[in-house]
Structures are given as C-alpha cells and as structure tokens.
Ligand binder design. Structure first.
Ligand code: GZL
Length: 320
C-alpha cells in the first residue's frame, strides 16, 4: 500500500512540476489584414508601412498580414476578400481609390470582421465600417490655399500636380484648390494627375508645361516627391523657385527631407500629412477588444511648415 501512495505522490509531484514550468498559455494573436496601397509609392507611404509593421508586432499581440495593391484597385478588392475568407480578426484598408469598396464592406460585415479605414477615407456608409483613422485632405488643401492667398500675389497662374486620380487624398486637396481658385480668381493654367504619385512623372509633366511656354508662378503639388520632381524640371529650365525665386512651391506630406527643403527655401510651404498610423491602429483595436467606446471618425492633427518661420530644430525633431 505504501508503494502505491509513493507512486501516486511521485506522479503528482512530476505532473505539477511540468504544468507549473510550462510557459503561461499566451493569449492568441489578433490577426490584422492590412490592405496597403503600394509598396514603393512615396516616402510617405514607406513611412506609413513601416509604422504599421513596427507597431503591430507579435510582441504587441498581433499577427499582421500586409497585402499591396501595386496600383490596382481590383487587386486591393481581391486581396481584401481573400483576407476575409482567411477570417482575419480585423480588416484595415488604405484605398488606392475611395470608391468601389461596397462589396468588401458587405463581406466583412457578413463575416463579423470589423473594417477600419486608415489614411484615406473610403466612400462607405457609416454602418458599413467600424472606425476611421484618416487625414482630412480637404482641410489640408485649405491650409495651403489660405496660406497662398495671404501671399497677396498680383496674379496666380497655378500648375496643379495631382496625386493618384480618385484617391481621397487627391480628391480632397484638389477640391480645396478648385474652390479657392474660383473664389479668388486664380488661374489653374495646367492640371494633371500623376499615376502613383510619381516623382519622375511630375518632372516630365512640368517639363512639358515649360516647353509649351505656359507661364506660371505657383506649383501646387499634392505630395513632396512630386514637388521635388517639378523642381528638377525647373532646374533644367533655369527657372527659379522657392523663398527667393519666381515660382512658389507648395507640397504635402512634410517628410523630413522635404522640411529640410523648406528650411533651405526650396519649398515655400509643406502641409503635414502624418503617416504614423501604426500606434493609432494598435490603440483602436485594443480599445475595441477591451469593449471601450471608440471614435467612429478620427482625423489626425496636422500642421503646416512655412519657409518664413520654420527652424532647423523643428526639422531635426521630426519623426519621419
Ligand atoms: C495621404 C497619402 C498620400 C500621400 C502621398 O494620406 O495617402 O499617398 O500624400 C501618398 O505621398 O502616396
């Protein structure tokens, strides 16, 4: 009998050692399907992707699955539907274009998968998405046009370099310029959307404008990379620009390298469009998981950087 108790005791002792030394059963990772626009679209996009990858780590409790549209809305839609089939816990979308997302939103809703818009608001009814963490692009554009009006130029002949046609970033910024031009009698002497927000395409476009003899005194470029592309064209033609030049240059995104151009007087104004959405999405998902109330439509606070007032210290402190 004593032997039986000894065996039982030994077994229980060994069992408790194994169970207690086993790692605590970790909570399951939250799978997040992130439908990103493009891999190499702009420095802004690179910073945005990096922010998501840096924040939604396994250590933070996430399994991040990123898919890239590479210029194709249709690919984004197909990739989003595939992620829904994989039954991700959350679907996060940055749309190449703002329209055409109804089928994805319906599939996500039917599957009980929260849909979060990031960066760019999509054309969806409020009951078809869970939350939005985006930039207010029309407000960004109005900051630029209010600044431009305050320059009190005798005349405004504007070359308008637009981003990807149909993206909410392009639509918002373009609307602000269209409205300001109509209200103030400004002339938009040339307007063209650049596929993929491409710097090289902007150089070619502005070169054509110059070669056509079009007179202009403002470049309104809907992101930093394209503004730099426009300046390459002006350099090639010997046209001066910036703080002490003949052409005002306005850009959007406020990448660190671009803010250095503002300090150097090469860009007159840069309007911030903040790409660091990773931590914002982490907080949003964690709040949803904890059952906390979340803002349905959260817009990111953003500022402007004027070559007349910016300092090197401001640039040095910038995070992207
Ligand atoms: C804005 C973002 C835009 C940037 C561009 O939120 O979607 O797309 O302004 C980027 O640089 O490519």
């Amino acid at each position: 009998m004593k032997k039986v108790f000894a065996v039982i005791f030994t077994f229980l002792a060994l069992f408790s050692i194994v169970v207690c030394s086993a790692p605590a059963l970790a909570a399951p990772l939250i799978t997040v399907g992130f439908v990103q626009t493009n891999t190499n679209e702009s420095d802004w996009r690179t910073a945005n992707t990096k922010s998501m990858q840096t924040a939604l780590t396994k250590e933070a409790g996430f399994d991040l699955k990123i898919v890239f549209g590479e210029g194709s809305h249709e690919k984004q839609v197909a990739d989003a539907q595939a992620l829904i089939q994989e039954e991700v816990d959350y679907l996060v979308i940055a749309g190449i274009q703002s329209s055409g997302w109804e089928s994805v939103a319906r599939s996500a809703k039917d599957a009980g998968i929260p849909l979060i818009m990031v960066d760019r608001k999509l054309d969806l009814a409020e009951d078809m998405y869970t939350a939005m963490v985006c930039s207010d692009f029309e407000a960004e554009g109005k900051k630029a046009t209010d600044w431009l009006k305050a320059q009190n130029k005798g005349e405004y002949n504007i070359v308008h370099i637009q981003g990807d046609a149909g993206s909410s970033a392009q639509l918002g910024r373009s609307k602000a310029l269209k409205d300001a031009a109509a209200a103030n009698g400004w002339k938009i002497v040339h307007q063209q959307a650049m596929k993929g927000w491409d710097e090289g395409l902007a150089t070619a476009e502005v070169t054509n404008v110059i070669d056509a003899g079009t007179k202009f005194n403002v470049i309104f470029s809907e992101n930093d990379n394209m503004a730099r592309g426009a300046e390459t064209a002006m350099d090639n033609a010997g046209i001066t620009y910036g703080k002490n030049g003949s052409v005002i240059v306005i850009a959007f995104d406020a990448n660190k390298w671009a803010l250095q151009l503002v300090v150097d007087g090469k860009f007159n104004l840069d309007v911030e469009c903040n790409p660091l959405h990773g931590p914002r999405i982490v907080k949003l998902i964690n709040d949803i998981e904890a059952g906390k109330p979340v803002d349905k439509n959260a817009y990111v606070d953003e500022e402007i950087f004027d070559s007349a007032t910016i300092t090197q210290a401001i640039v040095d402190a910038r995070p992207y």
